[in-house]
Write a new protein. Structure first.
Length: 335
């Protein structure tokens, strides 16, 4: 994909890779990072250059891999494991030979992989030396070093206050379902002003998924269907386990007629929240848009059994029955 989609292919890959641990083999281009934020920033850079990251909960052209496997999203095209004494990644179904490493790779180097929780418990920040953060490891009783390739301005209480105030002021204008509200010219102007503030804060605030989520709601209300999709996708990239983020991302897929993508998102959301009948009903609707009517019937029946009195699910069940009976054409998008 690098040769096909990136201008000048591998040559550009080495030019844009933000550190000196980039390498390539016959199938893959790889670069290592010591912080997930830096890896995510590089994915966004590559997306701006024509490659595709996550879509529908799965990595497409570009993937972020951690020590335990794909980071936050599924990846069906990579394999990972120990090879020749090192942690390695290769294209699924291909021969991992020969093992390719960066020019400055040292097999006896010490690399510690920690979760955010482990780092909070073990590490005490000491200082920054250029692009390197220095920590004191309370367990090993020595300094540890973490290289960074990106820096964002530190979030402040003022940024958080601006976010909360902007979100609150916009709330009455936002669509919390897939149907944009009718807005006057003045309301649309207010919405655009608030949206500009949110888009600025998304680059600064801690937990930017919250900001991107509200950006998605605002863009949907304009309406800007593709813009809302991109914002919900950004929120999902940072927090794929949040029930509302996944639901709105999947709902925006349905608005654009991307049924198969919505099915993947809703299936995962159902796995994470099996007791939620509403999500099960959303999966049934996504299956309708994707054209799998038998599976849609099975899922809407499950949702009805979970909440027999829900009128929305009952209406969806009637629609599915009419489509199966040939009395209604199958919709290609929703709404």
């Amino acid at each position: 994909m690098v040769e096909a989609k990136l201008e000048d292919g591998v040559r550009t890959w080495f030019q844009v890779a933000p550190n000196a641990v980039a390498c390539v083999d016959r199938n893959l281009c790889c670069v290592g990072f010591m912080h997930s934020d830096d890896a995510a920033a590089f994915v966004r850079d590559l997306e701006g250059r024509g490659l595709e990251g996550e879509r529908g909960g799965s990595y497409q052209d570009v993937a972020i891999m951690g020590p335990e496997g794909p980071w936050r999203h599924a990846c069906s095209w990579l394999e990972q494991g120990r090879y020749s004494g090192a942690q390695a990644i290769w294209l699924r179904g291909s021969d991992p030979e020969p093992l390719v490493v960066p020019m400055n790779y040292r097999p006896n180097g010490t690399i510690l992989n920690m979760s955010a929780e482990q780092a909070r418990d073990r590490l005490e920040f000491l200082r920054t030396e250029g692009d390197v953060d220095v920590f004191w490891d309370k367990q090993l009783q020595r300094e540890l070093f973490r290289g960074r390739t990106t820096r964002k301005p530190p979030a402040t209480a003022e940024h958080e206050q601006r976010f909360r105030a902007t979100a609150s002021a916009m709330r009455e204008l936002l669509s919390f379902d897939v149907h944009p509200k009718p807005l006057s010219w003045l309301q649309r102007r207010r919405l655009r002003k608030g949206l500009a503030t949110l888009e600025e804060l998304a680059q600064i605030c801690d937990e930017p998924w919250r900001v991107w989520f509200h950006v998605g709601l605002a863009r949907r209300s304009l309406p800007d269907a593709e813009g809302a999709y991109a914002a919900f996708r950004a929120a999902y990239h940072d927090n794929p386990d949040h029930v509302d983020v996944a639901r709105e991302y999947a709902g925006q897929c349905l608005t654009l007629g991307r049924g198969s993508e919505a099915v993947k998102l809703n299936r995962r959301n159902c796995e994470l929240h099996p007791e939620d009948a509403g999500i099960r009903s959303n999966l049934a609707l996504a299956l309708v848009i994707a054209g799998d009517m038998e599976a849609a019937k099975a899922e809407v029946t499950r949702a009805r059994n979970m909440e027999p009195d829900d009128e929305v699910t009952a209406g969806l069940e009637r629609m599915i029955d009419q489509i199966l009976a040939g009395a209604l054409p199958r919709p290609q998008r929703y709404p």
